[in-house]
Design a protein around this ligand. Sequence first.
Ligand SMILES: Nc1ncnc2c1ncn2[C@@H]1O[C@H](COP(=O)(O)OP(=O)(O)OP(=O)(O)O)[C@@H](O)[C@H]1O
Ligand SMILES: [Mg+2]
Length: 211
Amino acid sequence: MRIAVYSSKGSAGKTPISANIALDKGFCIGTNEAFHVYDNLIDENKLISISTEEAFPKEIAEHDIDIVFDLAGSISKSAVSISSALEMSDWVIVPIYNELKSLIGGINTINQIKEYNKNIIVVATKLQKQKSDMIKDNWKQSEDFINIQNQVQNSLGQDIKILPLKYSKVFDNIFEEKKSISQIMDNNALASYNYREVSRQFDEIYKLIGI
Ligand SMILES: Nc1ncnc2c1ncn2[C@@H]1O[C@H](COP(=O)(O)OP(=O)(O)OP(=O)(O)O)[C@@H](O)[C@H]1O
Ligand SMILES: [Mg+2]
């Protein structure tokens, strides 16, 4: 299984989402970022780090390696790392949060990705409770989620799949504790209580992807 996590817009959560999936499922990480955070997080033999202009090796697909590609930068003729990863992936996850630049950047990114891969999932990230929200555990009814959903579906059609991922401090703990969210919750009652919702939301993403 190969999963690309990509948006040309930064700070949407590509790296924390990629890291959580890789640690949870024991997947490798592929990155095209020169200054990445994975050296301390992922075993050397599970990390493929290349430059933007390089292609990810064909062997990844030929040997059906389980990998998450955390892709930075914009799609262009010279950014072969991005196009090669998009082409060989089973799924492309595009994180978008409820902020104008992220929405525009995310929607433009999806239009570009479509030329390489049609299996696109939007993850509506960094969802926060707004004053008007009466939500308990249904983040699909939150103002942040509904706005992202409306904007994305109005621009790209109703068929595109969108899943919620709430804002949480636990995403920073992944790198401090070198554990996935569910691993952080193991044997820790308070963490287990605090992060139950974001962990459930990841399970929903895993179910959709089939991992
Ligand atoms: N639901 C969420 N999903 C992803 N990140 C979240 C979420 N909630 C909070 N965060 C925080 O938002 C930040 C997003 O991560 P980051 O800025 O590394 O994203 P990125 O897309 O990898 O950015 P860059 O383009 O700079 O690589 C992190 O600090 C993370 O802890
Ligand atoms: Mg990143």
